[in-house]
Design a protein around this ligand. Structure first.
Ligand code: DHB
Ligand code: MG
Length: 210
């Protein structure tokens, strides 16, 4: 999709409000990389959560809370977004973002490494959004499937890894992690999966069996 079309889609379907723009501005001011999801991707996640009537969502990797706002806004007032974030500065930013968005009561940020935190969580999530470090993705995949309820959604950002998944000279642990996640999502008998070429690629899967 070219730039003009991407802008058209966002302006029409996913215009940003002051809260979302503020999160991005804060990220920039603090010198953090602008690696949050795009608004049209956020809107797609939001629509998918609404479509299944999601009440509980797990996010792995918060950054400054941008994607978390899109996710949490899809939940009812008694819903809960659980975000796991390793970097304490990012966790603090995400809490600020959720408070500003009026989402403090429907969100919780758990500070810690995902592989330490995931085993402590109760299974049964309606959706899991994976958007964290790329090397341990095989393990994030397994935990995500385990923590999802049957009928729940597995959502994975950066499925293209900036086109590097199809560069055979890229054998880095991160790109291999993304390739592994994609292959597992495509072939695991517990899932039915697709891949959406929005921004940097989004895997969308439903857990059909245990
Ligand atoms: C990177 C990570 C992301 O999750 C993303 O969406 C874009 C870039 C990165 O580590 O470069
Ligand atoms: Mg990402």
């Amino acid at each position: 999709m070219n730039e003009a079309l991407a802008r058209y889609c966002i302006e029409l379907f996913a215009p940003e409000d002051a809260v979302l723009a503020g999160i991005e501005a804060r990220q920039t001011a603090l010198g953090l990389p602008a690696i949050n999801i795009s608004a049209d991707e956020g809107k797609l996640l939001h629509v998918l959560l609404r479509a299944i009537g999601a009440r509980t969502v797990l996010e792995i990797g918060a950054l400054a809370g941008y994607s978390g706002v899109w996710l949490a806004r899809a939940l009812p007032s008694d819903g809960l977004l659980t975000t796991v974030e390793r970097d304490p500065r990012h966790a603090a930013l995400a809490r600020t973002a959720f408070a500003e968005a009026g989402l403090a009561r429907t969100t919780r940020v758990i500070e810690g490494a995902a592989l330490d935190v995931l085993p402590t969580l109760q299974p049964g999530f309606d959706a899991v959004f994976v958007d964290a470090d790329k090397e341990p993705l095989a393990q994030y995949f397994e935990w995500s499937v385990r923590l999802l309820r049957t009928g729940g959604l597995l959502l994975f950002d950066n499925a293209f890894r900036h086109d590097r998944v199809v560069d055979p000279t890229d054998q880095t642990a991160e790109t291999e992690g993304v390739r592994t996640f994609n292959r597992l999502a495509a072939t695991d008998p517990r899932l039915v999966s697709s891949i959406v070429p929005i921004r940097d690629g989004l895997v969308v899967a439903v857990k059909t069996g245990a």
